[in-house]
Ligand binder design. Structure first.
Ligand SMILES: O=C(O)c1cc(C(=O)O)c2c(n1)C(=O)C(=O)c1cc(C(=O)O)[nH]c1-2
Ligand SMILES: [Ca+2]
Length: 708
């Protein structure tokens, strides 16, 4: 018999009764409902203006930090980039122990979006977290000693030929089962989640989110629903049968003890191009869906597909929240969801019945949802893989809301969504689908995924970049008010019993707002862009608010120079914590200028730069930035010493001289000539942009706030 069959277990009961010990933050969204609301109110609207830095802890990685720290009995468990875990005295910031699973550096380019980690799970004296190279690790919470470690990617499974799997989401635990998914749909992956026994690490069940390409059993919990229901929604010979189809569950997995179901947020199609993926046929279940399973067996219960025929990277992995909501005079237990596609959904938590949906951001791909079924009413032009024409989509691939967590306050009845607008130009790959190993394989024209380096094109795009908080009234399905930010890609939100919202911003400021009207009540300069969600807890009876600081994730990586419009910051990663009587501030001054322009070699071979651009956009841009313009996290290659000599450049790009730092070798993907083409392109870009980058820094701070 399975060891966890005794109901919820002691930790499960403690999470269910989280409000009996509000000083803890025991699971990712604090409660199983993932409302990210804490009843703590020592810090409130009248005193938050006096909030002060209580402590800070510098991290040993300077890349994007997306983690939600847990706090159990005064100990904070924070996961960081490169899948490292820190146990911290939550009152003082003193490091108690740390654990580095030594993720190999060459794994960084197997994932789309920075080697981030979103957090840990706690159960019965152990802490659990995933690693970017696909492991799930259990540590003793007291000592940090390894209890067990498993590879979550089954070598024998039918997973598509790219098999690009990375784990960066936080595990969740339901009834003694640790459930974890993975990412990889931009490369070629077949999504699945696995439930492991929390005590032993033994596999209990596995659920695949898209069919087996031959419609054969995987000997998994998903077999019957995939073979009987999902397979029929795919073309039998589309590119999905070779690439995996996608549907990775890279962020939200939620256990709801009220309905006793586990909800999976399922991701986008692989390849993105629906015409190539499924020959333009079928809805492609369970892409872009919420799928509900039984926690004990992984057995399918219901699904609701938010984006049939996905071709926009419209993942439905975004945070799943449950609420008790008055609807037409009766209180219903519902799932609320603000996925990338821009609609706010209310779904019955027990049955999956669609109740209502309304766009929470501007959308141009659909005119609305069918009021009965919730199916999008498509703008025919948005179906670019069927029309064969380019499509300027809003939301774009980064969504109206991405991984940054939303929050709900039962006191105001509002859901606070970190919303954004980042358009994307979708252009079909010419001549059919052509995948490359270890590269993004979208079925799109990689020469067109960026923004042309012309003042007009940039100005038009930047005008459309927006970031804000939407205070959403779920009963009215309408916006109540908003707080505008400088640009997209801000942190997650925490709501508290002190009628406060806390949020860190892309420009490096940490803010407190009035939860009733959005008035800005407090801000603190935290040194680097913040993309993580804050938490609050008690230590020795005193309330703290803490957040991980560290600019990164896909937005600055890929948008590169254009991401500066959210506010220029360089990555200096820390965990920071505030209290009303904190004495640790201000923080020591750091270099906030980043990689400075260096006069490039004057000559380059113009006959090679077009191919250099194509190779760069295919293999390099997702980390080093569109048009080779950096955003303050990874090296800005225009100013890199290694572009000055063919051999030096080949040493890094071809032979992996910097593998330990996360720069994989690419001699398996490109021949030396193609790598040299990239170098020629970089020298061209350095020459084109050197003077304007120097000019952009002619200000008191010496930082490039203006566009490159
Ligand atoms: O399809 C996938 O498998 C997948 C994985 C991930 C990931 O693992 O982080 C992201 C995405 N997609 C994605 O579409 C996306 O916008 C995204 C942003 C981020 C991030 O951490 O900044 N990850 C991911
Ligand atoms: Ca994706």
């Amino acid at each position: 018999a399975f060891s966890a069959d005794e109901g919820q277990g002691q930790t499960g009961e403690a999470i269910i009764h989280a409000d009996d010990h509000p000083g803890d933050w025991m699971t990712y969204g604090r409660t199983y409902s993932e409302q990210r609301y804490s009843p703590l109110d020592q810090i409130n609207r009248s005193n938050v203006g006096n909030l002060k830095l209580a402590w800070y802890l510098d991290l040993d990685t300077n890349r994007g930090q997306e983690g939600t720290p847990l706090v159990v009995d005064g100990v904070m468990y924070a996961t960081t980039n490169w899948s490292m875990m820190k146990a911290i005295d939550a009152a003082t910031g003193k490091l108690l122990w740390s654990y580095d699973p030594r993720v190999p550096g060459n794994i960084a380019d197997k994932g789309c979006c920075d080697t981030v980690n979103r957090g840990a799970a706690y159960w019965n004296g152990k802490v659990y977290f995933g690693t970017f190279d696909g492991r799930l690790i259990a540590l003793d919470a007291k000592t940090g000693k390894l209890v067990w470690s498993v590879n979550t990617i089954p070598p024998e499974a039918e997973l598509g030929k790219q098999r690009s799997y990375t784990v960066d989401g936080a595990p969740r635990i339901a009834k003694g089962r640790v459930i974890i998914g993975n990412g990889g749909s931009e490369f070629g992956a077949r999504g699945f989640v696995t439930a492991f026994d929390a005590e032993t690490g033994k596999v209990d069940w596995r659920f695949f989110t898209v069919p087996n390409p031959k419609n054969e059993p995987d000997h998994a919990a998903s077999d019957s629903v995939l073979m009987n229901k999902a397979y029929q929604t795919w073309s039998p010979t589309g590119a999905w049968t070779r690439q995996g189809g996608g549907g990775t569950v890279w962020d939200s997995i939620v256990y709801d003890p009220v309905s006793d179901l586990v909800y999976l947020g399922v991701g986008n199609g692989s390849p993105w191009n629906y015409k190539y993926r499924s020959e333009g046929k079928g809805d492609n279940l369970f892409l872009g869906s919420i799928v509900a399973l039984k926690p004990e067996t992984g057995e399918y219960v219901w699904h609701f597909q938010e984006t049939p025929m996905d071709q926009w990277d419209f993942t439905s992995v975004q945070q799943i929240m449950t609420l008790d909501l008055p609807i037409n005079g009766e209180t219903r237990h519902v799932v609320v969801h603000a996925p990338k596609n821009g609609f706010f959904y209310i779904i019955d938590a027990k049955t999956g019945e669609f109740i209502s949906g309304k766009n929470y951001v501007y959308v141009n791909w659909a005119s609305g949802l069918d009021p009965k079924t919730g199916r999008p009413i498509y703008n025919p032009d948005a179906l670019y893989t069927l029309t064969g024409k380019d499509w300027y989509g809003i939301p774009g691939d980064l969504g109206g809301h991405n991984f940054a967590a939303m929050a709900f306050s039962p006191k105001t009845g509002l859901v606070y969504i970190p919303a954004q607008q980042v358009p994307f130009l979708y252009t079909n790959q010419k001549g059919g689908f052509l995948p490359h190993p270890d590269s993004w394989n979208l079925g799109l024209d990689m020469n067109k995924v960026g923004i042309p380096d012309s003042p007009e094109a940039k100005a038009a795009f930047v005008k459309d970049l927006k970031g804000w908080i939407v205070a959403w009234d779920p009963q009215k399905q309408a916006e109540a008010w908003r707080v505008d930010h400088k640009g997209p890609w801000n942190g997650g939100i925490l709501a508290t019993g002190g009628d406060l919202l806390f949020q860190g911003l892309a420009n490096g400021e940490f803010h407190a707002y009035d939860a009733t009207n959005g008035t800005d009540l407090f801000h603190f300069a935290a040194d680097s862009g913040i993309i993580a969600p804050p938490v609050t807890y008690l230590a020795k009876g005193k309330q703290y608010v803490a957040v991980e600081v560290g600019w990164g994730g896909i937005y600055p990586f890929f948008l590169g120079g254009l991401a500066r419009t959210s506010g220029w910051t360089v990555n200096h990663s820390h965990v920071i914590a505030f209290s009303l009587d904190g004495k640790a501030g201000p923080m020591p001054k750091q270099n906030d200028q980043g990689f400075l322009p260096v006069k490039p070699p004057e000559k380059f071979d113009a006959s090679r730069t077009d191919n250099g651009y194509f190779q760069f956009q295919t293999y390099c841009a997702a980390c080093h930035g569109d048009n080779a313009e950096g955003a303050g996290v990874l090296p800005d290659l225009r100013w890199s010493g290694s572009i000055r000599h063919t051999d030096a450049f080949y040493n890094v790009v071809g032979r992996g001289a910097l593998t330990a730092y996360g720069m994989d070798r690419f001699d398996g993907n490109m021949n030396p000539n193609e790598i040299e083409d990239i170098r020629q392109y970089l020298i061209k870009r350095a020459n084109e942009t050197y003077q304007r980058e120097v000019d952009a820094r002619k200000n008191a701070a010496g930082i490039p706030e203006q566009l490159p």
